[in-house]
Structure formats: C-alpha cells, structure tokens
Design a binder for this molecule. Structure first.
Ligand code: NAG
Ligand code: NAG
Ligand code: NAG
Ligand code: NAG
Ligand code: NAG
Length: 885
C-alpha cells in the first residue's frame, strides 16, 4: 500500500467533497484505485476483499454476477459467462481473420454476431428472457459497461461519494468523483471510442490515459529528477505486451490555479511518453490458450473412443481446461513441471496429465510467440531513435513479467539483467498512476506537481481532396491536444479527412487507417444571400477550424468559425443586409436551421429593415459565424449513436435496480435465516430459560419451526423483501421481551448504585447550598440560589427516593421471568435530571438573589428561608408545583 501523506485539500471555500478514481480495466482483471483527501491512497477492494476484480460478467438466470462470482460460474455455465471482452472492443465483426475475435469467441463460448454498427455482439447461451426481442444479446460495450458499473459501485461505496460527469476543460467544478481509465497506448480511435461508449453506459465520462503514461506518473511520485532520465516500462499483460519509453525531467511550467487569478510559474516533473512498442499476440491469454489446447489434445489422445463428442465441442469441459491452463501456467513460472488433475472432465472421464516447462516453452516457440515478447522493446527503442544504453533502467510491470520465458525474451532482445529494475507494486503501478494522473487536472489537490504528456502511437494526418497528407498529431508525446487550421476564400461546404499516416498501416492490426471525414456544413446556407446578390466578391471569407484530441486518441472538431470581412475596396454600406440584418438572426442560428438572409437587393429596403438596430451598429462590421464541424467515423464500424447509448443505459439501469432489489432480498433472507437459528438455540440457553416462562419458550420454538419451514417453500422464494422482514418481526416480537428482561436484570444492580449515589450527592448539595444561602442572607449579600429552587430540588430528591423505595419492595417479590417494576432507563433518566439540575445551579456565576436594599425585602426573604427550613420532607410528596428545573 502506497500512502501519500502530501494529499490535502486546498483551503478553497467549495467544500464539495471530491476524489479521483483510477480504473485499470484489463483483459483478465480490473483494478480500481481511489485518491481522496482524508483517506489513504489505495486500491479499492472487491466484494471478496481482493485487490483486483476478474474482468467478467455472467448471468445466472435473471441475475447478473460480477468478479469472482462470475468467473466461478464459467465452468458450469460457460455460455452465460463473458470474459476477455476487452479484446473485442472497437473491433469490426468483419475482421474475419482477426485472431483476437477467434480467440475471444473461443473464450466466450458464445456465438458472436455483427451489430448494426459493424461491431461484435454476444448472445447468452441460455435464454431467460420472456420477450423474444433478443434482449439476451449484448454489445461488447454493454458487457464492458456492466463491469465498469460494478467498478463504479465499489469505488462509490469506498469513497462514500458519487461520480460526477467529468470532462477535460471543466476546470473549477470539482465536486464528486472523477474517473480515469487506462487503455493500451496502441489503442486506435475505434477501441478508445468503444471504451468511452462503455463508460457512458456505466454513467461516466472518463479521461483516458495510456497504461504506460500512468505507470510513468506513478513512478515519478516518489522520485526527483535533477537531470533528465529515460526509462523503459515493460508490461507483459493478459491481453498484450507493450514497452513504453518515458522521459522524466524537471521543468518550470505554468501552474493553473483556482485560488489565484491567472497563472503562476512552478516547478514540475514533466513525464513525456516518447515512444512505444507493442505486440497484440504476446499475451498471458495466448499462453493460456496454448496450454488449454495441448491439454485438450492430450485428453483426446487417451479417451477419444469413449467421448460422446470431441472435447473441443464441449464448452463446459473447455472452460474447465482453460481454468486449469491458467493454473498450470502459474505453476510453470516457478516449477519445472506441473500436474493436471480434473475430475469428470467430459463424459465423466477424469483427466490426469503433466506438462513440463520445457514442453510448454517449446509450444510457445512453435507458436512464434517467444520473440514476440521481446519485440516491443526493440520497437520502442527504434521509434524513439535510442539504444538500450540511453535508458537509465528497464522497469518490469504487469503480472506476466515474472514468467521465465518472458524474462528470457527480454534478455534475447538485448536487455541486460543489470538494466532491469523490478517495480515494487508492479501489478498496481498503472491503476495508482491513473488516479494520480487524474488528480493532476484538479488544482484543489495539493500534490506533487507532475505534468504528463501521454504518447501518440500513430501519426495522424489531415488529408484534403487532391492534397497531400499533412501530419497534424505526430507520433510521440501529445505536446499539443489541438490543431488549428485556416482556410481562405471559402464559399462552399467542404470536407477533409483525418487518418492514421499510411506508415502506421503495418502496426494497425486489422484496423482501418481511415478515421473521420470532417464535414463543414452550413457554409453554403450562410452565404446564399451574398451570392445571390452578387456581393460575394465584395468580401473576404475565411474559415478557421480547431481539431482536438479529447479524450486522447479520439479526434473531433472543437470549433469552426466562418469569418466574413468586407473588402476595403467594396462600396461602403452595400453589404448591410448581411452584416447587420443577418447578424441578428445568425447569432441565434443553430445547426439545423440555416440562417435566413433578408432579401435586400434594394439598399433602401435593407436600410429600412435594419432600422431598429441601426443605432447600435451604424456601420457594417466583420462577422464571425459559428459553423458546424461534424467528425463522421469512416472506419469499418461506427461508434454508438445517442439513442443507442440511451437504450443501453436504460437497460443497464433497470438491470442494476433489479440487482439491488435482489441483493436487498437476499440480505433480508439471510438475516431471517440467521435469526431463526439463533431463536432455536436461545430457548435452550440457561439464562434465557431463567428469564422466560415455559410458554414463551414454547411459542418461540414453534414460531422458529414455522418460519424455517416457510423459508424452504416456494412462497418464500417469491416473497418480496417486505414480507421477509415482517416474518422476522413476528419472531422478534416473541424473543425480544425476554431479552429485554435479561438485559434489565443484568443492568439493574449498577443502575441502582448510580441512582442511590445521585440521591446522596444531591442531598448533600442541598444542605450545603442552604447553608450558603442563609449565610448570604445574614450577611446581606447576593446568593446563587433562591429558596424556592432549593425547595424544589429537595422535593424532587424525596419524590425519587420514595418512588424507588416503593418500587424496590415490589421488585423484590418479582420473579426473574416477569417484567421488572422499574427499568434501567427510568433510573438513569432520574439520575440525569438530578445531576443536570445540580450542575446548572452550581455553575451559575451571577447571584440569583440580589442583596436586599430595603429591610422589607430582607424580612420577607428571611421569612421564606425559615419557612422552607421547617418544611417536612413529607410535604414534598405533593405533586411538584415548582418551577420547571
Ligand atoms: C477563429 O475565429 C474566431 C472568430 O473570429 C476567433 O475567435 C478565433 O480566435 C479564431 N481562431 C483561430 C485559431 O484563428
Ligand atoms: C434549432 O432550431 C430548431 C428549430 O427552431 C429547434 O427545434 C432546435 O431545438 C434548435 N436546436 C438547438 C440546439 O438550439
Ligand atoms: C428578392 O426580391 C426580388 C424582388 O422583390 C425577387 O425577384 C427575388 O426573387 C427575391 N430573392 C429571394 C432570394 O427571395
Ligand atoms: C421595399 O419596401 C417596400 C415597403 O416596405 C415594399 O413595398 C417593396 O416591395 C420593397 N421592395 C423590395 C424590392 O423588397
Ligand atoms: C458553599 O460555599 C462554599 C464556600 O464559599 C463553596 O466552596 C461551596 O461550593 C458552596 N456550596 C454550594 C453548594 O454552593
């Protein structure tokens, strides 16, 4: 656990709570971290208190399961358990040869379908839906969205706070939780978009950070860099292997601050992701599948004749083999040999076998994966134009980096052991770094200053019709998140393309290099009037467009402006209609409504029409019109549309409500069950027996039996939570009176002691106070108390004493199985009242009675004293008539 003591809230008046959640959504497991002032910075634990949650979702009948509940279902209901969905994100169904799809289809044990968007959809093997609308089909984004929603629940429960929708640029609004999700640096726009859609379904809008950058930010937390250093972070994960070269340096940067207006200079560690190398095939999952397949072969060899159908066609058996393969892989990391033992694998046949590390490594070699694990290092160095000697160290992160064959691959790739540094919390470096990365955007977090520039794996070009490609976002660190562009003499709507540079093709796997067609529309409509009147030649029209990459790796138009300027040579006033009349309307014009340009060929009429505003704008001015810039996806699939997202969100929402309802019911059922067990036991308890009558115990036992039987019936299965709670109450109504009796009995002794002590002390107080009062009267000075007050207090003491003595006599005749005469609560209430009164009187500073000025007052006062002094205690037995104390 990494504790960051530096974390503190800045003294800004916005008291809104906040925090940043990092989510490292992996192919095999998901980690969640939380940075929140006042809490130790740590990972968020799963439902079963683990530091990671399996990346899986499953359905058991109507019930959705997550984490280990889902994976433990995989071997029984393989077709209803979805894992490794990450590998399908952003993929087109038509990537017919995409190894990833084949691999995942094999893992899911479910058929995959093409969605309307061209992406993949999975269908549950078991159909539990009542309607036949295909409700048991889930898009990849829905499968991932459900998992992110679970992560969200865990984080919110830990933080005691909810997520708000965050988006870069919303500076100054920092209530609630922000979220940062890690993605592989090589993820294409389609994959990133898929993650954004999944997050949107789960109800948040995250920042994305590459896992390499996150690991870098985490690395920088505890280090200083007097001189620039370059480190390579090597991460062999369940889904892919990547190497990221990160440069660390200390620089002076502009600090954004919500406290001071403007900005100031400060020192920060700058984290630049210089380059990356990766391999999508070299993965933990690929190794699991190799082992699974060889085990399937071994099993078939021995038992082919006895099998009803090939083991590969038995999903349950394959799921069990995969689970075993994962276990075997881990054993072979530390041992030369692993034994395999699965009972009743298929057709009730047991499977016993062995696999040696040697054979395993030979398999990996044969599959061409051995060198694949080393390749990313060479590629990252090549992209950064560096040699291994330029690196300060190679830091191993990720669960797989300790596997011997991976380490061997690194050595083969030219990484000497002396360069290798094992990171202490290698598994959690990315998720920790993700939260730190997010906190950097929030000036309310006082943290070590870090400025991270994530890496761009593919150069992005802008392609105009007939023009040449121009690189607008180069490979390397994202130093700029915007690209601004000016076009001159724009008279018509037009478009251009944004694509990955052709040089990236070999690294794009099966993803299309084409990204978006940027369409600038409405230009024609805005200029129609000018053209018609032949005035278009009188103006200079240029267009400026700002492209932005937010979240990183996804590109869109941030703004586009059509700037219309009157040429100096044009006849003054001729363009009034456009500049004045039109301006009023176009201000309000929106995307779907073309601006209406008033028909004003006649200067006179135009002037008349413009009259109301004439005073404000006497002469024509330049105009800027906001134009719509659409980024249309042109890859082989498209992102989810607004309505598709809404449908998916609603569906998840309903499922979540149902899940919570089930959880509440399950809880009520467990509580009832536990109470029945307790009731059954308690009737045999000695103390309980002493405090209860036989009939009471018999009633309890009978009720417990009745409820126990009821619980096993179908009616209980269907009963709503309220019903379960009322059943519980019916049993509690029998048990709790006895328990209260027991509690009274055991508490009474001490309560009585507290009570008699309070009586004694109050009496002593009254005696002393009366003496002081008399003294004050005699001396003619003021007193804190009045006679009446002390009389009243004394009356209360005597009344309480009488109440107690009478009660005590009655209580002595009571049996243990009868309700007591007086209760502990009542005794304590009376004690409190006496003590409060004494305290109030004793702490009084100002005299209640003033020194008598006239002898008459002194006389009446002294007579009052003598009266009360002679009053018998019995007299106070009368109902209290005194002032309220
Ligand atoms: C684009 O035009 C608008 C309106 O004239 C202006 O506010 C903005 O600064 C311009 N942007 C660039 C990059 O020129
Ligand atoms: C644009 O104008 C149309 C028609 O007046 C209206 O229905 C629509 O809501 C407007 N859209 C926006 C974004 O203002
Ligand atoms: C403008 O007005 C003239 C004369 O009133 C008419 O002939 C012409 O069609 C009008 N143009 C438009 C675009 O309404
Ligand atoms: C000019 O305005 C007058 C009155 O407002 C109208 O009758 C006439 O048709 C207009 N002329 C044009 C060309 O629009
Ligand atoms: C009575 O007076 C004495 C001496 O001034 C003081 O210490 C004591 O607290 C007083 N007692 C009460 C009950 O006021």
């Amino acid at each position: 656990m990494l504790l960051v003591a530096l974390l503190a809230l800045a003294a800004v008046h916005t008291a809104a709570a906040m925090g940043v959640v990092g989510i490292d959504y992996g192919t095999e497991s998901t980690k969640i971290s939380l940075v929140k002032p006042g809490m130790p910075f740590d990972v968020v634990l799963s439902r079963d208190s683990k530091r990671k949650v399996p990346s899986a979702v499953a359905w058991k009948m109507q019930e959705r399961l997550h984490g280990s509940d889902a994976t433990s279902l995989a071997t029984r209901f393989p077709g209803d358990t979805f894992v490794a969905a990450k590998l399908l994100m952003g993929r087109s169904f038509d990537d017919a040869n995409a190894p990833a799809r084949e691999r995942v289809a094999g893992l899911l044990n479910t058929e995959l379908f093409a969605s309307q968007r061209g992406t993949c959809e999975a269908r549950r093997a078991t159909d539990y839906t009542t309607d036949k609308s295909g409700a048991d089909t889930y898009t990849v984004e829905e499968l991932v969205g459900a998992q992110l929603s679970h992560a969200r629940t865990l984080a919110e429960e830990t933080a005691g706070e909810e997520f708000r929708r965050s988006y870069p640029g919303s500076v100054g609004n920092f209530g609630g939780l922000d979220v940062v999700i890690t993605v592989p640096v090589f993820w294409t726009a389609a994959e990133r978009q898929s993650m954004m859609d999944a997050a949107e379904i789960a109800g948040f809008k995250p920042r994305l950070v590459s896992d390499g950058a996150a690991v870098g930010v985490n690395y920088a937390q505890s280090r200083t860099f007097a001189t620039p250093e370059r480190h390579l972070f090597y991460d062999a994960g369940a889904g892919s292997t990547r190497a990221t070269i990160v440069e660390f340096s200390t620089k002076t940067v502009q600090a954004e601050s919500v406290i001071s207006i403007g900005s100031m200079q400060k020192e920060a560690v700058v984290v630049d992701v210089l380059s990356a190398g990766w391999n999508r095939e070299a993965s933990g999952l690929a190794l699991d599948l190799l082992i699974r397949d060889v085990l399937a072969d071994k099993f078939t060899e021995g038992h082919a004749a006895k099998l009803s159908k090939p083991v590969r066609e038995q999903p349950r058996a394959m799921a069990r083999l995969l689970k075993e393969a994962n276990r075997v892989k881990h054993i072979l990391s530390a041992n030369a040999e692993a034994s395999v033992n699965i009972e009743g694998l298929a057709d009730d046949i047991d499977f016993r076998s062995r696999l040696s590390r040697e054979d395993f490594e030979a398999l990996v070699e044969k599959a061409g994966l051995t060198s694949a694990f080393g390749e990313p290092v060479a590629e990252a160095l090549r992209n950064a134009k560096m040699k291994i000697g330029d690196l300060t160290s190679v830091v191993l992160v990720g669960g797989m980096s300790r596997v011997p064959l991976v380490q061997a691959a690194l050595r083969a790739a030219g990484v000497p052991d002396s360069k290798v540094a094992q990171n202490v919390n290698a598994d959690e470096a990315a998720v920790m770094g993700a939260a730190f990365y997010g906190a950097e955007f929030n000036p309310q977090f006082r943290m070590k200053s870090i400025r991270a520039h994530d890496g761009n794996a593919y150069p992005v070009v802008l392609r105009e019709k007939g023009g040449k490609d121009e690189v607008i976002f180069p490979q390397g660190p994202f130093l700029q998140e915007r690209h601004e562009r000016k076009y001159k003499d724009v008279h018509e709507d037009f478009s251009f393309e944004v694509a990955y540079a052709p040089s990236s093709k070999s690294k794009l796997d099966t993803f299309a290099p084409e990204l978006y067609r940027i369409e600038l529309v409405e230009i024609h409509n805005h200029l129609a009037g000018l053209k018609e009147r032949g005035e278009i030649e009188q103006v200079d029209i240029d267009l400026n467009v700002t492209l932005v990459t937010q979240p990183l790796g996804i590109y869109s138009v941030e703004s586009a402006w059509l700037n219309v300027k009157q040429k100096p040579t044009s006849i003054a006033g001729a363009l009034r209609s456009f500049f004045n009349v039109g301006a009023q309307r176009s201000e309000a014009a929106n995307a779907s409504e073309p601006t209406v340009v008033v028909n004003a060929t006649d200067d006179k009429n135009a002037t008349a029409a413009a009259k109301p505003k004439k005073a404000k704008k006497p002469t024509p001015t330049d105009r800027s019109i906001r134009i719509v810039g659409r980024a249309v996806s042109v890859g082989s699939n498209r992102p989810m549309s607004g309505s598709e997202l809404k449908t998916a969100k609603d569906r998840l929402y309903v499922a979540n409500v149902e899940m919570r309802r089930r959880a509440a019911k399950e809880e009520a059922r467990n509580v009832l069950e536990a109470y029945i067990y307790r009731a059954r036991d308690i009737v045999h308890d000695e103390n309980f027996g002493a405090a209860s009558k036989r009939k009471e115990r018999d009633d309890i036992a009978a009720k417990a039996e009745e409820l126990s039987e009821w619980l096993n019936e179908r009616e209980a299965e269907l009963a709503p939570t309220d019903k379960l709670k009322s059943k519980l109450a019916s049993l509690q109504a029998l048990v709790s009176p006895v328990e209260k009796r027991m509690a009274e009995q055991s508490g009474r002794g001490a309560a009585v002691r507290r009570f008699t002590k309070a009586l004694e002390e109050t009496r002593a107080f009254v005696v002393q106070a009366r003496a002081n009062l008399s003294e004050a009267l005699a001396a003619g000075t003021g007193s804190k108390y009045s006679t009446a007050e002390l009389d009243t207090l004394n009356g209360n003491v005597e009344r309480d004493d009488k109440w107690y003595r009478e009660g005590e006599a009655k209580q002595a005749r009571k049996k243990a199985d009868e309700d007591p005469v007086f209760k502990v609560d009542e005794l304590d209430k009376r004690v409190k009242k006496l003590r409060d009164t004494v305290k109030r009187l004793a702490s009084r500073r100002i005299p209640k009675t003033r020194p008598p000025k006239k002898s008459k007052e002194a006389k009446s006062s002294s007579s009052a004293t003598s009266e009360s002094a002679t009053a018998s205690p019995a007299a106070s037995d009368a109902p209290p008539k005194h002032e309220e104390l």
